[in-house]
Design a protein around this ligand. Structure first.
Ligand code: XLS
Ligand code: NI
Ligand code: NI
Length: 441
């Protein structure tokens, strides 16, 4: 097998003092944190689309990044070259999972039967590669937003024929996900939304999306898919109003439609901030509903209003993310780098730098989140903050849902006016976070 990234050898952990850009400074896979190795805590995944397909094309210019890997784009030879490049890349970085859309794997033909044949062929090839490595599939999905037929949506389309194509793509993507042993199956509602109510029957569209998801669950279970289905919320882009706006909206939709037993959420950092939330807000919302499944690890740019899909660099954000993940007891999914190099970062080395940055940022986040939990001051503060409910008979009655409005009102009347509820201490707690993050200066 011809080596593709010839001048790059296996990326090793060298420690924070290392000046070698092709080494991990913090990601030490075997280091134990809170009883588990870093690599167990952090099942990282490579996104096929960004890493092996995207070339840096934007609205203003063609690509800058060569992802031909020595083959002709648009051919099955190229599809296989991407598999070779992907597996070499993942092995060199110690990445153990990948995620894919159907059309990332093979060039789409005009006829779906031919596309499906190509998917069978490429998945055989991927399976062969998987046998010689410990690399696995994290999740699969169907791209139901790129092709012009989906301009009015997939599950939300007005056209029965297009709806059938969405069903056919989901069916095939599920089959390939099961064949590759994927842990999950994602629905990101790329064009499930609308621009104007003047041409939209919102109730009709939402019911059809739910119906399609039910059919996907039934079919997935019938072919042995035991993993989780995920909704990946996003508030806007490409549509002005995306139906899966944020975690709360998606959870409400899943519960209202009886899909909450089979679905969890795949939370993406950049989508959280586009929705006007922090990453940790979305993670907490999913976690307290028992629906924190998987993570698309990337970051946005607060100065830009779109999904920039940058590699994670913000250590505060990664720390707060890992704090939520540790508190939730880990993920059933993993950390998919749904991230791409900036357009001017166009060399193969940059692909490695992106992942090294992302993996080190999350390793730091893990180390610091564990330190925050072990430090205990945040937990202790929060426990104290709500103590009045635990430490009084009346408070316990509220917690146990035994209280009445009359007896609570009677207490208020006895008091005349309540004492202030106790300081929120935000600045003090932020100082605690800084002292834990930068303890050894
Ligand atoms: C786009 C989404 C997409 C999903 C997979 O914004 O993040 O990449 O993760 O369809
Ligand atoms: Ni994503
Ligand atoms: Ni995204």
């Amino acid at each position: 097998m011809k080596e593709i990234f010839q001048n790059i050898s296996k990326i090793k952990y060298e420690g924070a003092e290392s000046r070698n850009p092709l080494a991990f400074k913090y990601y030490d896979p075997d280091r134990i944190i809170m009883g588990k190795t870093m690599s167990e805590h952090l099942p990282f995944a490579m996104a096929w689309w960004h890493n092996l397909c995207a070339t840096g094309t934007d609205m203003f210019g063609v690509g800058t990044q060569d992802k031909t890997f020595g083959a002709h784009p648009g051919t099955m030879e190229h599809a296989r070259a991407k598999v070779d490049a992907g597996f070499e890349f993942m092995q060199k970085l110690g990445i153990r999972y990948f995620c894919f859309h159907d059309v990332d794997l093979v060039p789409e033909s005009d006829n779906i039967n031919e596309t499906n044949r190509r998917l069978d062929e490429i998945s055989d090839y991927i399976l062969e590669k998987m046998k010689d490595t410990d690399i696995k599939c994290l999740w699969g999905t169907a791209n139901m937003f790129g092709n012009p037929r989906f301009c009015n949506g997939a599950g939300s389309t007005n056209s029965l024929d297009v709806y059938c194509f969405a069903a056919a793509q989901i069916k095939k993507a599920l089959e390939i996900t099961v064949k590759l042993g994927g842990r999950g199956y994602v629905f990101w509602g790329g064009r499930e939304g609308y621009e104007t109510l003047l041409n939209t029957d919102m109730r009709f569209e939402l019911e059809n999306i739910a119906a399609l998801m039910h059919m996907a669950v039934d079919y997935g279970r019938s072919i042995g898919f035991g993993g989780d289905f995920y909704i990946e919320p996003k508030p806007k882009e490409p549509m002005k109003h995306q139906y899966d706006f944020d975690a709360s909206t998606a959870i409400g939709f899943l519960k209202a439609n009886g899909l909450d037993r089979d679905f969890k959420l795949n939370i993406e950092a950049n989508h959280a901030t586009l929705a006007g939330h922090t990453f940790e807000h979305e993670l907490r919302t999913a976690a307290i509903n028992g629906m924190l499944g998987s993570i698309d690890a990337n970051q946005g740019d607060m100065l830009l209003g779109w999904d920039t899909d940058e590699f994670p660099f913000d250590v505060y954000s990664a720390t707060m993310c890992m704090y939520e993940v540790l508190k939730a007891g880990g993920l059933t999914g993993g950390f998919n780098f749904d991230a791409k190099n900036r357009r001017p970062s166009y060399t193969p080395e940059d692909m490695f730098y992106g992942f090294i940055l992302g993996m080190d940022t999350f390793a730091l986040g893990l180390i610091k989140a564990a330190a925050l939990i072990e430090d205990g001051r945040i937990d202790e503060f929060i426990k104290g903050k709500y103590a009045s409910f635990r430490l009084s008979e009346l408070g316990r009655k509220v917690l146990e849902k035994r209280a009445t409005l009359e007896e609570l009102a009677a207490r208020a009347s006895e008091l005349g006016a309540p004492a202030l509820p106790g300081s929120g201490r935000q600045e003090m707690l932020q100082s605690v976070v800084n002292s834990v993050l930068f303890d050894k200066i």
